[in-house]
Design a protein around this ligand. Structure first.
Ligand SMILES: *Cc1c(COP(=O)(O)O)cnc(C)c1O
Length: 350
């Protein structure tokens, strides 16, 4: 079998959510963000495990994702949609009991007309200039919106992964200004905001990346292991090169392993000549360019030829590989390809 094996530890996921739940504080509800198919790890399985652990509210990016999560977890937990109520969403929102976070007067009107009496939340723009109503827009419709009983008022922080960034306090103040005295549960913080402290927690927090083992949650337990089979090895003489463009050259006799995964599997081409793979704790440098289906690894210093090498493991989490690619753990996880054999350990249905 020449496909890599992606192992997802659902117990680690559950422990990370529980740790973020504790960090959110006793009187605060900790929801879970499962957009982009649960950061690439399977939103249905992730949501089932977290619902069992006590999560009562899930967030997705769009209604279609919400429909998939509803099918996986059944009725009960609230499923909220960040993109709000878009044209064509009414049936899905209504039939599958989704809660759109309404982002504009246009969405508010659409929702009230299509699904009068159906649950909704409000998303406010506290400065990120991405989603949500701006202060003037909100001031114009807050009375009518509040009288219809939103389940939640939320906003999102732009710089929460940088605790010293002055914009955090600015957004906090803007959010408080827009929501003081509404009596509606409020949510401002994703993973980064939870770590900023209780001023940022309000009634509901919304962690994503920290549950999946990524920064800025430094105490996270790793969730993902990615093992890649070695297809063949070859011995090189000094002066021989490896891979497209001959970008790496042996300067002494060496042994190169050809490993089955490439940029089509989410191994970013940008890590060419930069990242490490691991065999039982020993680092082996990726040499030459990442190609579509293959990477090449210097295993000269290993005593034997391994059957597989790990690119994500206890020695190397998603953030280290993401750093080598010049990106973030979020992008690495959501890019993990469809060709891997997926194994789920822990949780229900393991
Ligand atoms: C993605 C997202 C989250 C989760 O963020 P993490 O940094 O992954 O914890 C929360 N809220 C909104 C609006 C998001 O888009």
């Amino acid at each position: 079998m020449a496909t890599g094996t992606l192992t997802i530890d659902l117990d680690a996921l559950r422990r990370n959510w529980q740790a973020l739940d504790r960090a959110s504080g006793a009187d605060v509800e900790t929801a879970a963000v499962v957009k982009a198919d649960g950061y690439g790890l399977d939103a249905g399985r992730v949501a089932r495990v977290l619902a069992e652990a006590g999560a009562r509210r899930f967030f997705v990016a769009m209604a279609e994702e919400g429909a998939a999560v509803r099918q996986a977890i059944g009725p009960g937990p609230e499923i909220s949609v960040f993109s709000g109520h878009m044209p064509g969403d009414a049936d899905m929102i209504g039939d599958l009991d989704l809660v759109p976070m309404l982002n504009s007067v246009e969405q508010l009107t659409r929702h009230f007309e299509a699904l009068p009496g159906h649950a909704f939340g409000i998303q406010l723009d506290s400065g990120m200039n991405r989603l949500g109503m701006e202060p003037a827009e909100w001031a114009a419709v807050s009375e009518i919106a509040l009288s219809a009983g939103p389940t939640l008022i939320m906003s999102h922080l732009a710089c929460a992964d940088e605790p010293d960034h002055g914009f955090n306090a600015q957004q906090l103040a803007a959010f408080k200004d827009m929501t003081a005295g509404t009596g509606v549960p409020r949510s401002l913080s994703a993973t980064g905001g939870i770590l900023l402290g209780e001023d940022y927690h309000f009634e509901v927090t919304r962690p994503g990346i920290g549950m999946y083992g990524g920064r800025p949650f430094q105490d996270a337990t790793p969730v993902v292991t990615l093992s890649l089979p070695v297809i063949q090895t070859r011995d090189l003489e000094p002066g021989e090169s490896v891979g497209y463009g001959c970008t790496w050259q042996a300067d002494s006799p060496c042994r190169i392993a050809t490993v089955a995964a490439g940029y089509a599997d989410g191994i970013h081409r940008a890590i060419s000549n930069k990242a490490m793979l691991y065999f039982e704790g020993t680092a082996c440098p990726l040499v030459g360019r990442v190609s579509m289906d293959l990477i090449t690894v210097d295993i000269t210093h290993l005593p034997t030829t391994p059957a597989s090498l790990d690119i994500l493991c206890a020695d190397q989490g998603v953030d280290i590989v993401a750093d080598a690619a010049g990106t973030i753990g979020y992008e690495l996880l959501t890019a993990l390809g469809a060709r891997y054999a997926r194994r789920y350990t822990g949780g229900m249905g393991a």
